[in-house]
Design a protein around this ligand. Structure first.
Ligand code: MLT
Length: 309
């Protein structure tokens, strides 16, 4: 593929500066968002597609597009690939890429933000002080320093968070399906049950595999250390929200920090109004720096693509 013969469709509102970088390479980038009905037809004209999470690339959609079109590459501007049927794409000879380096620090920092909010009751005091209340005595917190952080999923984000938490004086333990990380020996690998029963803060940094049960469902909440805090800045559906609510209500856990939800925007009123829940609207990757990096990663992906690698 020649750069200037490469037609790319960008959906879901990809940051302009990122698309400018791809245009500067010579690729023809069009911005448009089509609905699931129109998209298969349109896609045949493009060599590449860039999406975020709104567009769902299902098997049905790809089959409707058929094999006669030009589409060879789908890029997820972001990390999670749960909105793309990877198996179906592979069968049709379409390469799928994500931008896994873009948001590492941003997600790790947001996770810390939720931990700090919960440990010092910031989500509550932001609400009550606006109402004119002054709960100096009630809002006694805990220090992150000296407490134990359990990280489920020790990939790029999990590891970055481990370093940052270590710098704050936390003890860090982790679990990962890949087993022990040989290169980071100062963090402790533990089995999932040990992680749940001995961590003061538990945070998820794993992908959501469609069809798999939640990582933190009722059985997991039964094992969690009493009074722990749970954070999810990864994907909705990794935590069973009903089980979470029950754990919050019966005091099994002290609080939860949530950036992602089973349904987005979320609908679980009881969870959204719970005073021990710190909330953000799926903004883990929403920083100036992370969005800038997406542009750089897109450039390398399309360079490789056009050079036929
Ligand atoms: C991701 O998977 O990178 C995030 O969910 C970012 C997003 O698209 O909002």
């Amino acid at each position: 593929n020649n750069m200037k013969d490469t037609k790319i469709l960008a959906s879901d509102g990809i940051v302009k500066s990122a698309l400018e970088k791809v245009r500067a390479m010579g690729c023809a980038v069009e911005e448009a968002s089509y609905n699931q009905e129109e998209l298969p037809e349109k896609l045949r004209e493009y060599n590449g597609l860039i999406i975020r999470s709104a567009t769902k690339i299902t098997r049905q959609l790809l089959e409707k597009m058929g094999s006669g079109g030009k589409l060879r590459l789908i890029v997820r501007a972001g990390v999670g690939l749960d909105n793309i049927d990877l198996e179906a794409a592979k069968e049709m000879g379409i390469t799928v890429k994500n931008t896994p380096y873009s948001s590492i620090e941003s997600v790790a920092e947001l996770t810390l933000a939720h931990m700090l909010s919960l440990s010092r009751h910031l989500q509550k005091s932001n609400v009550t002080m606006r109402r004119g209340e002054w709960h100096k005595k009630t809002y006694k917190g805990v220090e992150l320093s000296g407490s134990t952080l359990g990280i489920i999923g020790f990939g790029r984000i999990g590891r970055d968070l481990a370093q940052k938490a270590h710098a704050l004086g936390m003890k860090v333990q982790y679990n990962d399906v890949m087993g022990e990380a040989k290169d980071l020996s100062h963090f402790t690998f533990v089995d999932l049950d040990t992680l749940l029963s001995t961590s003061d803060f538990i945070t998820l940094h794993v992908p959501k595999i469609p069809g798999e049960p939640p990582v933190l469902g009722k059985p997991a909440f039964d094992k969690i250390k009493r009074g722990a805090y749970v954070i999810n800045c990864a994907r909705g559906g990794l935590i069973d929200e009903n089980a979470l609510l029950e754990a919050l209500n019966n005091g099994a856990i002290s609080g939860a920090g949530l950036d992602v939800f089973e349904k987005e925007p979320p609908i679980n009123e009881a969870l959204l109004t719970h005073e021990n829940v710190s909330l953000s609207p799926h903004i883990g990757a929403s920083t100036i720096e992370a969005q800038e990096r997406i542009g750089d990663e897109l450039v390398s992906i399309f360079t490789e693509f056009c050079e036929g690698r």
